[in-house]
Design a protein around this ligand. Sequence first.
Ligand code: NAP
Length: 481
Amino acid sequence: MVSRVIPVEDFDLVIFGATGDLAHRKILPGLFRRFEAGQIPPSSRIIGAARTEQDDDAFRAETLQAICEHTTVRKDDPRLAEFLQLLGYVAIDAKGEGGWQALKDRMRKGAVHAFYFSVAPALFGDIAERLAGRGIADANSRIVVEKPFGRDLASARALNATLAQHFDEHQIYRIDHYLGKETVQNLMAVRFANVLFEPLWNAQYIDHVQITVAETVGVAGRGSYYDKSGAIRDMIQNHMMQLLCLIAMEPPYHFDPDAVRDEKLKVIRALERVEPVDIVRGQYQGKGADYLADAGDRDSRTESYVAMKVRISNWRWQGTPFYLRTGKKLRARTSEIAITFKEPPHSIFDDSGTPKANELVIRLQPNEGMNLKVMIKEPGPGGMRLVQVPLDMSFADALGADGADMPDAYERLIMDVIRGNQTLFMRGDEVEAAWAWTDPIINAWEDSKRRPEPYDPGSSGPEEALRLMHRDNRRWREIRG
Ligand code: NAP
């Protein structure tokens, strides 16, 4: 299958924080890949900005090194040399006065203007104010802001208010890179471009949903940073909430940014408050890896693992729980959504084994794809015996070479910014609603005296989390890479 590459308009993209980790690992390599694919017009300009004093050539050399380190491209690839010609650099301190006029002088009339804030959120306001106040950005410019978008409702509101002083909502692109993943978008295609699933997509036919994001890495090296956030702030409030919304939302009237985001917002607003009994927090502790040591705080109560049962209070989902779990130092690295349907109400097969519930598993990583478990007759003679088999589809296999070459989430999202398509970006009210739901969970925990449950590094998480499921006569799916 040949995927079509539709070039975007000519643009000037300014990356604040161009010398940082995210720019080196994701943004600049991603831009190169889109250039290589023919999606970026060669007249476009990518301007790095940070405090480090350097000229265009030094920034090009730095970018060359970053791209070679984080992609398989070779230093002498002629396409890389062409790409580097798009780059420029301006030394700017977000809080200072120097450099802004030089930046303004570099912006070309007629091109799409986008400003990527790949810096600490504390600098968003300073940059927004200077871009707008000095006429560098105008009503058609776009700004891209990175996570974390606040650490609670109050800070998210304050951040939204700061940005709103200088930019309209239609100019603000809040990145949640999970939304740029191929499979995440496929959730919408599967649900709304097939007649097969939607009639069954409700509490009458779905027993429960499990959303798992498991990592094998711990927090060593960035423990003190992680310790201020924890799994709920780092994963649940944003990425997993977005996955839940895409599974649970009503069909939007059109695949249009606000129509999609309106429906996601309704899901967040329908989430019931999670009671303490429905949530388990854990910290990895054992041979070879210890969260408290990694965090540098023996008294830390920050969770490196969380599992919770979530209920959605609306007609479609009344009675169907959503179980979310995410953690560090688990058995395997995997992200998946598993939809377990109800068992058939009656079996016509007497001694052939009870038909098991169908299960649809959508894998986000590794090996993006879908797997639908269906009952069939066990092949061969010997009467009617039932067996469950997977209908497995890996997107890379199904899409051939192009599948393996699918754009990374950042590539897709940056191209969407240039196209002016906000569908895969969180709207301000969505982010605030997500914090409004998460805040009481975090506050109740902070008020309690409990400590997170310990779990062995390389395990599936704390025993308590297993009991959360057993209590409901259900089981977690095995965590497998
Ligand atoms: P980083 O490696 O610490 O880089 C920060 C960048 O900001 C550097 O380029 C730094 O360059 C620049 N900077 C710092 N202070 C500045 C100032 N006053 N004025 C102008 N530039 C300034 O951080 P990062 O990991 O790239 O993260 C950037 C943002 O992305 C953060 O909001 C982070 O939360 C978010 N994020 C990062 C990742 C990731 O994987 N790294 C993932 C998701 C979200 P100079 O020192 O030269 O000024």
